[in-house]
Design a protein around this ligand. Structure first.
Ligand SMILES: Nc1ncnc2c1ncn2[C@@H]1O[C@H](COP(=O)(O)OP(=O)(O)O)[C@@H](O)[C@H]1O
Ligand SMILES: [Mg+2]
Length: 284
C-alpha cells in the first residue's frame, strides 16, 4: 500500500472511531422531536453525505404541514461531537503556536454544544447583514442528548465535490475580499464550506469562533482560501486571480501562513501543493 493509501485508510479508521454511528432509533427520535417542535404533520430526515461527520452530522429535513412541504437543513452536535470539536481546535491552536507568531490568534474551544451552534448562527447573520451570501439561520434547539442548528436549505453542490472552475475560484476570493472589507472573519475557509447553486452563486457557511488579532485571523482566512483553491487549480492561476482582489503586499504577507492553513484533522493535507504555492508566490 502506498503512503497515501495508508494515510487514507488510517484516516477512515479514525473517523469511524470518532463518529457517532446513529441508529435507526436515533433517526426516528430526531424526526419525532422536530415534528413536535415545528408542529408539523410529518418530518423525515436524511443524512447528507458531505461534511466532517465526526464533529457534527448534517441532515436534509423535509417538513410537511397542512399539505405544504418545505426542506430545511439541520446540523446535529452531540457530546462526542463537542469533544471532537474541542480536540480539533486544540490541535489547530497548537500548530499555530508552534509554526508562527500570529499575534495571539487562537480559535476558541466551546464550553457547550449550544455555544458552537449559537456562534455559527450569529456569525451567519453578521455575514448576511454585510451582504455576504450565506444560509439564513432559523433556530438553535437544545436537548439533553444533542443540540441542533436549523438553517435554510441550500440546493447545490459543495465546491470540494467536483471540478473547480476558474469562475468558482474568482467567487471564493471575491467572498474573502468581501469579508476583509467588512472586517469579518470566517475561521474555517475550505471548499466544502462553499455551496454552489444552479445559478452559479455561492453560499458561505460553517464558521469558527476566534480571539486575538483580527488582522491575523483575516490573513489566515486568505491563506486558507489560496491553499484550498490550489488543491484543485494550478497555484499560479490561483495567484493570478488573487491579484484581482488583493495587493501584491497583502499576498506576500500570507506566504508564511500557507503551512498553517492546511490544518485539518479530518482530511489529508497536501504538503506538496503547499510547497508549490509558496514557490509560485515567491516567483510571482
Ligand atoms: N444550509 C445548507 N443547505 C444544504 N446543505 C448544506 C447547508 N449547510 C451545509 N450543507 C452541506 O452539509 C455539509 C456539512 O455541513 P457543515 O456545516 O459544513 O458541517 P461540517 O463541515 O462541520 O461537518 C456541507 O459540506 C454541505 O455539503
Ligand atoms: Mg464544513
Amino acid at each position: 500500500m502506498s503512503d497515501f493509501h495508508l494515510g487514507k485508510y488510517g484516516l477512515r479508521l479514525l473517523q469511524n472511531v470518532l463518529t457517532d454511528n446513529h441508529s435507526p432509533t436515533f433517526y426516528r427520535g430526531l424526526e419525532k422531536y422536530l415534528r413536535k417542535e415545528l408542529q408539523a404533520d410529518e418530518v423525515t430526515v436524511k443524512k447528507c453525505k458531505r461534511g466532517s461527520h465526526w464533529i457534527s452530522v448534517p441532515f436534509k429535513v423535509n417538513v410537511r404541514t397542512c399539505n405544504e412541504s418545505q426542506t430545511l437543513f439541520v446540523k446535529v452536535l452531540t457530546e462526542k461531537g463537542l469533544r471532537n470539536f474541542n480536540y480539533a481546535i486544540e490541535s489547530r491552536n497548537l500548530r499555530i503556536l508552534i509554526l508562527a507568531n500570529l499575534c495571539g490568534l487562537r480559535y476558541k474551544k466551546a464550553g457547550s454544544k449550544q455555544d458552537v451552534l449559537t456562534y455559527e448562527a450569529a456569525t451567519l447573520m453578521r455575514f448576511k447583514a454585510a451582504r455576504i451570501c450565506a444560509p439564513t439561520p432559523l433556530k438553535v434547539f437544545d436537548t439533553e442528548f444533542y443540540s441542533l442548528l436549523m438553517l435554510e436549505y441550500i440546493k447545490g453542490t459543495p465546491l470540494g465535490g467536483g471540478i473547480l472552475r476558474q469562475g468558482d475560484a474568482e467567487r471564493v476570493l471575491h467572498v474573502v475580499k468581501h469579508l476583509w472589507d467588512s472586517r469579518l472573519v470566517h475561521g474555517d475557509i475550505k471548499l466544502d464550506n462553499f455551496i454552489r447553486t444552479k445559478d452559479g452563486s455561492i453560499y458561505l457557511s460553517d464558521c469558527l469562533n476566534w480571539t486575538g488579532s483580527r488582522q491575523a485571523a483575516m490573513y489566515y482566512d486568505l491563506a486558507s482560501a489560496l491553499l484550498c483553491l490550489s488543491r484543485k487549480l494550478e497555484p499560479y492561476t490561483v495567484l493570478k486571480i488573487a491579484h484581482q482582489f488583493f495587493t501584491a503586499l497583502e499576498i506576500r504577507e500570507v506566504l508564511p501562513l500557507i503551512d498553517l492553513a492546511g490544518v485539518q484533522l479530518d482530511a489529508l493535507t497536501d504538503e506538496d501543493r503547499a510547497r508549490q504555492i509558496k514557490t509560485a508566490m515567491q516567483s510571482f
